[in-house]
Design a protein around this ligand. Structure first.
Ligand SMILES: Cc1cc2nc3c(=O)[nH]c(=O)nc-3n(C[C@H](O)[C@H](O)[C@H](O)COP(=O)(O)O)c2cc1C
Length: 209
C-alpha cells in the first residue's frame, strides 16, 4: 500500500493544514503498519517556476528538437504524474493564499497535466482527502462569500478532471487566534478546528478502507 501525501504550506513549522492532514495520515498508517508514504512538500521544496512552460512547450516539440531544459522539465512532470498513478490513497494539505489557489499547487497540477494530458483520470476511484485551511471565513452570507477561488479549483481538478473519490475537509477562520480584528470569531474558529479534526479522523479511517 502506498499513500501519497502532498503539502503546500509556506509556513511548515506551524502549518494548520498539516495538522489536519497528519491526523488523516495517522489513521491510515494505523491501519497499514509499515506501508509506504510518498511525500512531496511544495512549500519547503518548491517546483521551479519555469518548469511548467518548459514541459508544455517541450511536449509540443518533436523529441529530437527539445532543449535540455525542456527534457528536464518533462522528466519532472512525468515523475509527478507517476507519484499520483502509483498511489493507493492520497492526502493533500493546501492553504488559501491571496484568495486564490496556492501557486505551488497550481504549478504542480499544471506539470502533472503537461505529462498526463488534460483528460487523464489519474486518480480514478482513488480515495483522496483534500485538507484546506483558510485564515478568514467565506461561508454563505459572510461579507467575503465567493472570494475563495482556491477550493472550487482544486475540487474541479481532483474530482472532475482526475476522477478521485474525493473528501474535502475545510477549516476556516484559522487567523482568529492571532488577528485581534477577528477576536469575536474565536469560539466559532475553535468549533471549526474541532470539527476539522473529527472529520480528519473519520476520513482517515475511510481512506484506510
Ligand atoms: C501569504 C499569505 C497569504 C494569505 N492569504 C489569505 C487569503 O487571501 N485569505 C485568507 O482567508 N487567508 C489567507 N492567508 C491565511 C492562510 O490561509 C491561513 O493562515 C491558513 O491556515 C494557512 O495554512 P497553513 O497553516 O497550513 O500554512 C494567507 C496566509 C499567508 C501566509
Amino acid at each position: 500500500m502506498n499513500l501519497f501525501r502532498l503539502d503546500a504550506s509556506i509556513l511548515p513549522t506551524t502549518s494548520t493544514s498539516a495538522e489536519i492532514a497528519d491526523t488523516v495520515e495517522a489513521e491510515w498508517a494505523a491501519a497499514h503498519p509499515g506501508a509506504t508514504v510518498t511525500r512531496r512538500h511544495l512549500g519547503t521544496d518548491p517546483l521551479p517556476a519555469d518548469a511548467w512552460a518548459l514541459a508544455a512547450t517541450g511536449g509540443f516539440a518533436p523529441e529530437q528538437d527539445r532543449t535540455e531544459a525542456q527534457r528536464e522539465a518533462l522528466g519532472l512532470a512525468t515523475e509527478l504524474a507517476g507519484e499520483l498513478e502509483r498511489a493507493d490513497a492520497v492526502v493533500l494539505a493546501v492553504p488559501l493564499y491571496n484568495y486564490g489557489v496556492s501557486q505551488h499547487f497550481k504549478t504542480w497540477a499544471d506539470l502533472v497535466i503537461a505529462a498526463a494530458g488534460p483528460t487523464a483520470s489519474l486518480l480514478k476511484d482513488t480515495p483522496t482527502v483534500l485538507v484546506t485551511t483558510l485564515g478568514g471565513g467565506y461561508g454563505p452570507g459572510t461579507p467575503r462569500e465567493g472570494w475563495d477561488h482556491s477550493t472550487p479549483y482544486m475540487e474541479r481538478i481532483l474530482r472532475d478532471a482526475w476522477q478521485a473519490d474525493l473528501t474535502v475537509i475545510k477549516r476556516e477562520l484559522t487567523l482568529a487566534g492571532t488577528n485581534p480584528a477577528m477576536a469575536a470569531l474565536r469560539d466559532l474558529a475553535d468549533e471549526q478546528h474541532l470539527r476539522a479534526l473529527t472529520a480528519a479522523r473519520t476520513a482517515g479511517r475511510a481512506l484506510a478502507g
